[in-house]
Design a protein around this ligand. Structure first.
Ligand SMILES: [Zn+2]
Length: 252
């Protein structure tokens, strides 16, 4: 599967299917943490390689068009697996509209795939930026803070609330940069910059292992793999990498 395939197939239907758990055998590894490190096989099918989507992305195993299609497939299939019953009346639902909808067999309510908005942002204090890390992330990696947008909240309010909750920093003006679908399982990452109006960090140690201010030189050292503490930036497949890069390069 490659980008040429997706370009030529662009006008034709593209199908995706889930392998049932029973068809797959686990040889080793675990799925805890950032990457799914299970070694999985389909008995009798040596021609199939089973690789998790994050690994496909981080290793650059397919081009951007194929990756986008795989992300779409992952998001929609995981929605189907979790929406077999109607939240309105509890009866079974069935797929409709080529998988883009589910319908309740009893109350006839139509259900549509959900997308969960997540803000991901870089707080800036002049020539410094705020990065944090979660304990489950790859060792040494620091990244932008992030969190789900809550009901009734604007993007700007979510950005300010998350920074305040996770790092104790007050923030003002918010600017949008770009977004990225993140099908784990169904998020849309909304990338922003935000101007910090306070400086003293208070880390929420339930959410984060650490949060710190980094000077632009520190961030350049991270990108060039020469940070004295071995600190690394988020992977290029993640929008956090590009938010940080735009600021580090002075292209804000
Ligand atoms: Zn129903």
């Amino acid at each position: 599967m490659n980008d040429a395939f997706f370009k030529t197939a662009a006008r034709a239907p593209v199908f995706a299917a889930l392998l049932p758990d029973g068809a797959v055998e686990q040889l080793s590894g675990d799925s805890e943490g950032f990457l799914d490190r299970r070694q999985l096989v389909v008995p009798g099918r040596d021609d199939l390689a089973l690789i998790d989507l994050r690994s496909i992305a981080t290793q650059g195993l397919v081009g951007p068009e194929a990756l986008a299609a795989l992300g779409q497939a992952k998001a929609i299939l995981s929605w189907h697996t979790r929406h077999g019953f109607c939240p309105n009346c509890g009866a079974a639902t069935r797929p409709a509209a080529a998988g883009w909808r589910r319908e309740c067999s009893v109350c006839k309510t139509q259900h549509f795939p959900r997308t969960d908005p997540v803000v991901i942002m870089l707080a800036l204090d002049g020539e410094r930026c705020l990065l944090g890390r979660q304990s489950r992330w790859p060792k040494g990696m620091y990244s932008c803070l992030a969190g789900f947008v809550e009901p009734g909240e604007t993007i700007e309010e979510a950005v300010r609330r998350e920074i305040r909750e996770e790092a104790g920093i007050a923030c003002g003006e918010v600017a949008y940069l770009a977004s990225q679908p993140w099908p784990f399982p169904s998020s849309l990452m909304i990338g922003c910059f935000v101007r910090a109006t306070s400086r003293d960090i208070v880390v929420d140690d339930v959410e984060l292992e650490d949060a710190r201010w980094f000077a632009r030189d520190d961030v350049m050292a991270m990108f060039e793999n020469r940070h004295p503490e071995g600190i690394t930036p988020p992977a290029p497949m993640a929008i956090a990498h590009h938010i940080l890069r735009v600021w580090a390069d002075g292209n804000l």
